[in-house]
Design a protein around this ligand. Structure first.
Ligand code: NDP
Length: 295
């Protein structure tokens, strides 16, 4: 069997198109232009590339995107001042502070300083709590992208056995909550899980969010299962360069799975699209208008 390849680039492009339509509708009906502010501290090259893509894609969808680039030596107090001013700015509906932050700054203190209504990363405890208790929440973008891809491949997920490998606050845990909402039976595995291959083999839907290159082998996958690979790992190649691989051994998995996301080109492109979606949803909630994207 050769698995169907789930094309995250195409699904993300479709979502961005819907978002652009929603933005246009909000402008026409309510004079509302969703705005996101991205804060970058320091010169981390990967973060700079990522933030550049965010700015370009949000602007293409007709949203306002502003960037605040701060020196690597910025103090926590200076960063908190900026966050507070963005909280108070009515033209800003989404605030994203790019992680990782330099060592002198406590990331949690900054994340918790963002107004939960503008927390488009969905990392604030209020949004985590709302998600866990089934209330409307701003949901972390990568897990949201994973669920959209799974539904794209399978339709209704109700009753499915879902296994997530990785229990981080930004991927594994919120993904578990989202899959419970979809009526999956959810197992959250981690580094202390006993007999991980056997646990993975139970899954109709297997999510890998570990950060270990190609750790999940082909014979850990139930024949016909859908595999969503969140991992982004850069590994050296023989010619002295490098390439990006996921947490799943793709060449093996593709022989057993029913459908699988590639890396790159799977979950990655969905993250920014979901960030844009969250900004539209946040703008609508703040202004008390129905979001064209909620349904
Ligand atoms: P974290 O390092 O925060 O969490 C990794 C998780 O994997 C932990 O729960 C850890 O378990 C678990 N784990 C580590 N080793 C093993 C093992 N040998 N067996 C079983 N479980 C293990 O990672 P993130 O959640 O932040 O990221 C995971 C991956 O997803 C990374 O490759 C990252 O680059 C990628 N990523 C991709 C994004 C995208 O946009 N596509 C966005 C965010 C992340 P324990 O808790 O017990 O330590």
């Amino acid at each position: 069997m050769t698995a169907q390849r789930i094309d995250g680039k195409a699904v993300a492009a479709e979502l961005r198109e819907k978002i652009a339509g929603a933005v246009a509708e909000l402008g026409e009906r309510h004079g509302l232009v969703p705005g996101i502010s991205v804060v970058l501290v320091g010169e981390d090259p990967a973060s700079k590339i990522y933030v550049g893509s965010k700015n370009r894609q949000t602007a293409e969808a007709g949203m306002v995107s502003t960037q605040h680039t701060l020196d690597a030596a910025t103090s926590q107090a200076e960063l908190l001042d900026l966050v507070h001013s963005l909280n108070d700015d009515p033209s800003v509906h989404g605030i994203l502070v790019q992680l990782p932050l330099p060592d002198q700054i406590d990331s949690q203190a900054v994340i918790q300083a963002v107004n939960p209504a503008k927390d488009v990363d969905g990392f604030h405890v209020v949004n985590a709590g709302r998600l866990a208790t089934g209330l409307p929440a701003l949901t972390p973008c990568t897990p949201l992208g994973c669920v959209i891809l799974a539904k794209h491949a399978l339709g209704d997920l109700s009753g499915m056995e879902a296994v997530i490998v990785g229990r981080s606050n930004i991927v594994g845990k919120p993904l578990a909550q989202l899959l419970l909402r979809e009526n999956c039976t959810v197992t959250l595995a981690h580094s202390r899980t006993r007999d991980l291959p056997a646990v993975c083999r139970r899954a109709d839907l297997l999510f890998a969010a570990v950060g270990r290159p190609e750790m999940i082998r082909g014979d850990w996958i139930k024949p016909g299962a859908t595999v969503i690979d969140v991992g982004i790992n850069r590994i050296p190649t023989e010619d002295g360069k490098s390439r990006v691989v996921g947490d799943v051994a793709y060449a093996e998995a593709v022989e057993t799975a029913g459908a699988i996301t590639p890396v790159p080109g799977g979950v990655g492109p969905m993250t920014i699209a979901c960030l844009m979606r969250n900004t539209v949803v946040a703008a609508c909630r703040i202004h008390g208008v129905t979001s064209p994207l909620d349904s």
